[in-house]
Design a protein around this ligand. Structure first.
Ligand SMILES: Cc1cc2nc3c(=O)[nH]c(=O)nc-3n(C[C@H](O)[C@H](O)[C@H](O)COP(=O)(O)OP(=O)(O)OC[C@H]3O[C@@H](n4cnc5c(N)ncnc54)[C@H](O)[C@@H]3O)c2cc1C
Length: 425
């Protein structure tokens, strides 16, 4: 039986999952420290869309009040056809129905707020520390090494080191991220440059225009929506990492790719394409992590665990990547605190982690199914019409379905899963 008598948790990766996990552990009086390979002065770009399930987690960790006014709050994304008629609305938040509006916030802003909260709680983050390998593990802890030759130990090692996770090697050695064949090309445009046609209704933003060539998205960001993310996605062959870097750096080529068949897009999109600040052009090749058999390593006494993108990087259309990472972090901290305070019928770490993973994977699977439905709305008309219509998102049919996603009670779900597994006591 692998019990955890006392804990100091080592977290690898100070991204969204790692920082949130640290706050959630601290809130439950579990000491932890983070090791992050990058320097804190490295700035990230781009904005994230956070939905009610993510904001509920951040609210319970006192993060939401700090970030709410630092991003763009909204409710629906409008789907439009090539004639710019609204065909559907997809809620990404709703204060009345789900407790929160959606929040689009710059990743850098969110990271800075999370880091400030860790600092205020004296949770240590060591920057410039690249996790390299696990040295040994036993029923009481794990010893691990960094790329600079130093080492450390902890009772648990949790990898929140993203899609290209090194910690994952100890949990699922053969797993590598899979390229989906799709590349997003995006940029950030001043919203003042957009020319909205007077005869079309653009009262709902963000908008996804399903044109003849694909889908073009315009999503306001910054507090007042004064900047807009603009972008589309294309089929594109997989490249080695250095070629992706080269593509990202070649702004003229990116602009040409984004502007391909410009005249076939509605005038609004053309106005966006005419105002692209080249330095904001970016790419996002869609990689996913295949379903893993396990999120912790039994050969390391379950002392090595992964979560967030390291465990389940998912396609982007439902905007749930970070949200699911927050859910992972919050639920794992809860599970560990219950284990530590012996409030469970089992003190078996492996069993408890297995229950947690089953619960988490079920939600991830549902998010992936929802993502597929949303992706199908973006198919060319002919392909869409050939599909079983139940495989395409329709708010008329599917709206009620979002309750499970946005109104989810993590605490109740974890306790129910643990209770069910333990049976009557
Ligand atoms: C362009 C883009 C837009 C997105 N938009 C959205 C959105 O709108 N909504 C949404 O929910 N999700 C979105 N996502 C997905 C979201 O960003 C991820 O799901 C989320 O960042 C996962 O968090 P994470 O902490 O698991 O991984 P990451 O954020 O990747 O963090 C991993 C951290 O680990 C560190 N690290 C890596 N290796 C090591 C090592 N060996 N040692 C030490 N540290 C290490 C990295 O430096 C990094 O800080 C988007 C992703 C991209 C790329």
């Amino acid at each position: 039986m692998d019990s955890i008598p006392e804990t100091n948790v080592a977290i690898v990766g100070a991204g969204l999952a790692g920082l949130t996990l640290a706050l959630a552990l601290h809130a439950r009086s579990i000491p932890c420290s983070i090791y992050e390979l990058r320097d804190p002065t490295v700035k990230t770009t781009g904005a994230l869309m956070l939905s009610p399930n993510a904001l509920k987690v951040l609210d319970s960790l006192q993060v939401y009040d700090r970030i709410r006014s630092k991003g763009y709050n909204f409710t629906n994304i409008a789907f439009k056809n090539a004639d710019e008629e609204t065909t559907d609305l997809y809620p990404l938040g709703d204060e009345q129905q789900y407790g929160y509006k959606a929040l689009r916030i710059y990743r850098q802003t969110l990271l800075e707020q999370l880091r400030a909260m860790l600092h205020a709680r004296s949770i240590p983050i060591t920057y410039g520390k690249k996790f390299h390998q696990v040295l040994s593990a036993s029923a009481t802890g794990v010893r691990f090494a960094f790329a600079d030759g130093t080492s450390a130990s902890a009772s648990l090692l949790i990898g929140t080191d993203g899609i290209h996770s090194t910690v994952r090697k100890y949990v699922s050695p053969s797993t590598t991220p899979t390229y989906s064949g799709t590349l997003a090309i995006t940029c950030a445009i001043p919203s003042s440059a957009l020319q909205f046609p007077a005869d079309k209704d653009y009262s709902v933003l963000p908008v996804a225009i399903h044109g003849t060539l694909g889908t073009f998205v315009l999503a306001p960001q910054d507090v007042d929506g004064s900047e807009v993310l603009a972008g589309t996605q294309k089929k594109y062959p997989e490249q080695p990492r250095e070629e992706w870097d080269r593509l990202f750096a070649g702004k003229d080529k990116l602009l040409a790719m984004l502007s391909e068949d410009k005249s076939s897009w509605p005038s609004l999109v053309q106005s966006a394409l005419g105002a692209v600040p080249k330095e904001t052009l970016s790419i996002w090749p869609y990689y996913t992590v295949p379903k893993l058999p396990c999120w912790s390593s039994s050969s390391h006494c379950n002392r090595v665990i992964i979560l967030g993108d390291a465990a389940h990087a998912i396609p982007p259309t439902a905007g749930q990547g970070a949200s699911q990472a927050f859910e992972d972090a919050f639920s794992l901290a809860l599970l560990l605190s219950k284990l530590l305070s012996s409030q469970l019928a089992t003190s078996d770490l492996a069993a408890a982690l297995g229950i947690w993973q089953t619960y988490r994977q079920e939600r991830i699977d549902r998010v992936i199914a929802l993502t597929l439905k949303l992706n199908n709305t973006r198919l060319p008309k002919g392909e869409r019409e050939n599909l079983d219509q139940k495989m395409i998102w329709s708010s008329e049919r599917d709206l009620g379905e979002l309750e499970w996603l946005y109104n989810h009670d993590i605490e109740a779900a974890v306790l129910r899963a643990l209770g069910e597994a333990a049976g009557p006591r």
